[in-house]
Design a protein around this ligand. Structure first.
Ligand code: FDM
Length: 212
């Protein structure tokens, strides 16, 4: 008998919300409970496309908004065969950022519609659960200064937060909003509960396609 598939779980949120820490803690907790789990992150800066994205983010290269948007999307598409293989083998994937960051960040730039931004990612493996770590810009600012990368400015992050709000109106995606202002352990507990539930449901369902 074929094994039950793993779940595709995505963590999204603005900078400083604690996504990376929570992804790592979730993978460890799932493994302890006997669920094979692995972490992935986007952008994946290790591939050729990822290196172009990384140079852009570090202000070492200039690309048009359209170009970098398509590179971010291509960086996801190049990993789709691996994502599908892992899920089919029964491994749950915990993903730090996905197409939602792609759309929220580009559509926060002047002249980019949500509709245009979504198109390149239509048909990607659809997450079984998207956890949005909610943190107000004021609380994010209390967690320290932004780094030196291109998008790490509070005015831009506010615009990104607005775009995430629009994306969360889409009920075809299983969004769960998590209050990221709680302490690390309470956030972790919430996230783990939602994830275990999603793993249970996903094992009996086929993997969906995003935004179609
Ligand atoms: N980002 C991330 C995008 O603009 N589009 C995308 O598709 C993705 C996945 O890249 F500012 C932005 C979000 C962030 C930057 O992300 C790098 P990390 O998580 O800081 O590496």
């Amino acid at each position: 008998m074929a094994c039950k598939r793993g779940a595709l779980i995505v963590l999204e949120g603005v900078d400083k919300a604690g996504k990376t820490t929570q992804c790592q803690k979730l993978v460890q907790a799932l493994r302890r409970k006997g669920h094979p789990a692995e972490m992935m992150r986007f952008p994946d800066r290790t591939t050729t496309i990822g290196k172009m994205i990384s140079a852009y983010l570090e202000n070492q290269s200039e690309l048009s908004g359209q170009t970098v948007h398509l590179l971010f999307s291509a960086n996801r598409w190049e990993l789709v065969p691996l994502i599908k293989k892992k899920l089919e083998q029964g491994t749950t994937l915990v993903v730090d950022r996905y197409a939602f960051s792609g759309v929220a960040f580009t559509s926060a730039k002047p002249g980019f519609s949500l509709h245009w931004c979504k198109q390149p990612d239509v048909g990607l493996p659809k997450p079984d659960l998207v956890l949005f770590l909610q943190l107000s810009p004021a609380e994010a600012a209390l967690r320290g200064h932004f780094g030196m990368e291109r998008y790490e400015k509070s005015s831009f992050q506010c615009a990104v937060q607005q775009q995430f709000k629009h994306l969360m109106e889409d009920e075809t995606v299983n969004w769960k909003v998590i209050d990221a202002s709680m302490n690390v352990e309470d956030v972790h507990k919430d996230i783990t509960e939602h994830s275990l539930n999603a793993i249970n449901i996903a094992q009996n369902l086929p993997l969906g396609e995003l935004w179609q």
